[in-house]
Design a binder for this molecule. Structure first.
Ligand code: ZN
Length: 244
């Protein structure tokens, strides 16, 4: 089985289409989506429809949660909260129902998938200390997370070993070794923050026991134009070109 792993789409349709085209081309059998389908970007319904039709495993991110639970955006920065309020007004009933149905975390075919961390969708995993919280709790040797929009992975020699952090904003290959634990962030499809403006995703080949972190260029200008046309905060458009 070849899994396509995506996270933090943030309503960026050109980026999602570019990633899904790549995953189709490489023969991915199943999509695992780590949350934040909506928020920031201008195409929430289109992204919900595309992902809903794929029939993969989807989990909830904090933006998906806030989009269907008025008041939850109060914890967000003011521009992010404005985006969520805009998103809420755009959602079709079908998109709303899809987002409201999402849960987190999940074990899929023995693979852990979560948004920020295994115990808490809102917690950012940015250090080995953070990673231990999830790696010790998820009851699986391999897990994926998102939320930081930063492509990287944590690798521990065993359940009692301290994990190493390997950053991979330009992509990377992680060959899984029996007995080791892995907690991997594919990066963000729709709003990368690791300095690489290309859309990020990962594949996991369970026969070859290999995870590849990949990037694909997409039409950033089209995503920016849609954000500006929707009247969303300008910062959400400018940051896409910088990958921040
Ligand atoms: Zn996000």
């Amino acid at each position: 089985m070849l899994y396509g792993i995506i996270s933090d789409i943030h309503a960026n349709l050109p980026a999602l289409e570019a990633v899904l085209a790549r995953l189709r081309d490489c023969g991915a059998d199943r999509i695992l989506c780590l949350g934040d389908i909506v928020g920031y970007g201008a195409s929430p319904n289109e992204c919900c429809t595309l992902l809903g039709e794929l029939g993969g495993a989807l989990i909830r991110g904090n933006h998906d949660d806030a989009a269907v639970h008025p008041g939850k955006e109060e914890d967000f920065t003011p521009p992010a909260a404005r985006c969520i309020q805009w998103t809420r007004r755009q959602l079709t009933q079908a998109s709303h129902d899809l987002l409201a149905s999402l849960e987190t975390p999940k074990l899929v075919d023995g693979i852990g998938i979560c948004h920020g961390s295994w115990p808490d969708q809102n917690l950012y995993t940015t250090s080995p200390r953070d990673a231990v919280l999830s790696m010790s709790a998820m009851q699986a040797p391999l897990g994926f997370f998102g939320h930081t929009h930063y492509a990287e992975w944590y690798e521990a020699d065993g359940p009692d070993a301290w994990p190493r952090e390997i950053v991979a904003p330009d992509g990377g290959e992680c060959s899984l070794v029996e007995g080791r634990l892995y907690f991997i962030n594919p990066g963000s499809v729709g709003q990368p923050r690791d300095g690489n403006s290309c859309a990020a995703y990962a594949t996991y080949d369970d026969q070859a026991r290999q995870v590849k972190l990949e990037r694909v260029p997409y039409n950033v200008k089209a995503a920016q134009n849609a954000i500006v046309a929707a009247g969303l905060p300008m910062k959400m458009a400018t940051r896409l070109l910088l990958g921040i």
